[in-house]
Design a protein around this ligand. Sequence first.
Ligand code: SF4
Length: 195
Amino acid sequence: MAIAGKDELMQRLIAEIDNCRKCRLWRSAKKSVPGEGDLQAILMLIGEAPGYWEDAEGKPFIGAAGRLLDRILTENRLERKEIYITNIVKHRPPMNRVPRADEVEACTPYLERQIEIVKPRLIVTLGVQPTRYILSKMKIKFKNISEVRGRFYDGELKGIQVKVMPTLHPAAALYNPEYKTTIEKDVEKLRRKLP
Ligand code: SF4
């Protein structure tokens, strides 16, 4: 797919997300948060849902958890501008609650189209919800995040061969140094898989 083609497809998708009314989440949200980054990225990061700051600005991972994630990435010579980053739902759930199953079902076709457009070789799922969703699409059993985090799973998503590595959500690490160390270790492993 040509670069211009990707850009156009993503712009169309973003416009659809902006106008989407397929689940209840748009009602309480200020802005949609479709995702952003390099459309040629090798690496895609998938989180759970926008939070307060993301909802206010329409950009993913810009609050405290996003800043922590940025720091861990930078320490591993990974720049946000080289990555594509998004969430499984594109509007903020009220009070940052976990997205409900029907909301995930309504919204994830957008994520699948983002995967088709970007065609990442590596996907990192951040936290339980995106991990459950992506592993189920790859027909991999998911019981809990501690069993799967830091491991690489090969499979196919939307006809694209990918390696998926789950890790913890950076929000969980904000007040827990142990979780932060866990994410750091996982990102170090990820770095070794990248050129
Ligand atoms: S969360 Fe997703 S499915 Fe729900 S209204 Fe927003 S874009 Fe549409």
